[in-house]
Design a protein around this ligand. Structure first.
Ligand code: BV8
Ligand code: ZN
Length: 256
């Protein structure tokens, strides 16, 4: 079956595009002065952490937006804790993958570097990342609903319901829920990083949750080159300077 000229050209263009886009991004990285990286659930998917909107994202048919809210916790703290305990048990047995390790190596190479992650799984820290903002919190931290004490807690399974050892009040996950604002210090840091970086990598995020979904545009408006690495195209792909398709564990190490 003879392919029409334009089919051949777009397949070739498509193939060329991925190959040439990778070369272009490698060149941008070696020319960059300051690098910022924004990650989402997709970078941890290759380690086995369920994503939010992927088919594996559901827990007992609850959507994250139903459980990750102060209202849900008010209504049924046990249900919400059972969900976080289930995720802690899943993540406890998981290790970072080659994409997390490549981000650590980029941090080592760039004096001006910052990582902004939406992930609460703690895998970037476990991989060795140090210059990072966990803007949605960390699943291994708890906060007292009364005295606001924040502590690391790795107890798996966590006793139902976990209480504060300082004042005896109920503990909650130290995580930013829907309807809750990010920490002002994190927002300030993200703003500084996005407006000063000359290259932003956006890895494994669907780009639908704000304010993180607006970060690529902030960097682009400030003159940065913005590149997306994702298994699939996203609502933001068209707005990117470059969009590389593939698994994070396969593509990110190619940038080193
Ligand atoms: C706030 C912690 C002030 C919880 C999370 C403006 C417009 C519309 C709505 C809003 C708006 N401003 C505020 C809102 C409301 C809301 C919001 O954005 N809602 C969305 C649903 C429309 N935002 C908030 O409430 C934020 N707070 O704004 O406060 C305020 C409040 C109210 C109103 C106005 C102002 C707080 C948001 C933070 C919520 N907490 N996480 C927990 O984890 O338990 S968000 C949570 O969902 C994650 O942290 C992450 O941010 C998001 C999930 O997105 P992704 O990480 O991208 O994951 P997803 O599964 O969606 O996609 C995975 C991607 O990876 C896919 O693209 C896939 O193709 C790709 N992929 C998969 N496998 C691979 C891969 N890529 C590469 N390799 C692979 N192997
Ligand atoms: Zn307390």
């Amino acid at each position: 079956m003879r392919h029409s000229p334009d089919t051949v050209s777009c397949v070739a263009a498509e193939y060329m595009t991925q190959e040439t886009e990778l070369r272009l991004l490698q060149a941008k990285i070696s020319a960059a002065r300051s690098l910022a990286v924004l990650t989402g659930a997709g970078i941890s998917a290759d380690s086995g952490v369920p994503t939010f909107r992927g088919t594996d994202g559901l827990w007992r048919n609850f959507r994250a937006e139903d459980l990750a809210t102060p209202e849900a916790f008010e209504r049924d703290p046990r249900l919400v804790w059972e969900w976080y305990d289930w995720r802690r048990q899943v993540i406890a047995g998981i290790t970072p993958n080659a994409a997390h390790a490549a981000v650590v190596e980029l941090e080592r190479r760039f004096p001006e570097f910052w990582l902004i992650t939406q992930n609460v799984d703690g895998l970037h820290r476990a991989a060795g990342s140090q210059k990072l903002s966990e803007i949605h919190g960390n699943i291994w931290k708890v906060r007292c609903t009364s005295c606001e004490a924040v502590e690391e807690n790795y107890t798996v399974p966590i006793p139902m319901l976990p209480m504060c050892r300082h004042c005896g009040a109920l503990l909650r996950p130290h995580i930013v829920w829907f309807g809750e604002s990010l920490l002002p210090s994190d927002l300030t840091r993200c703003g500084e990083v996005l407006r000063s970086c000359d290259l932003l990598l956006v890895i494994g995020t669907s780009g639908v949750v704000y304010p993180a979904a607006g970060f690529a545009a902030i960097a682009k408006d400030a003159g940065a080159f913005v590149a997306e690495i994702n298994f699939d195209s996203t609502p933001q792909s068209a707005a990117m300077d470059l969009s590389l398709k593939g698994r994070a564990k396969d593509v990110v190490p190619l940038l080193l």
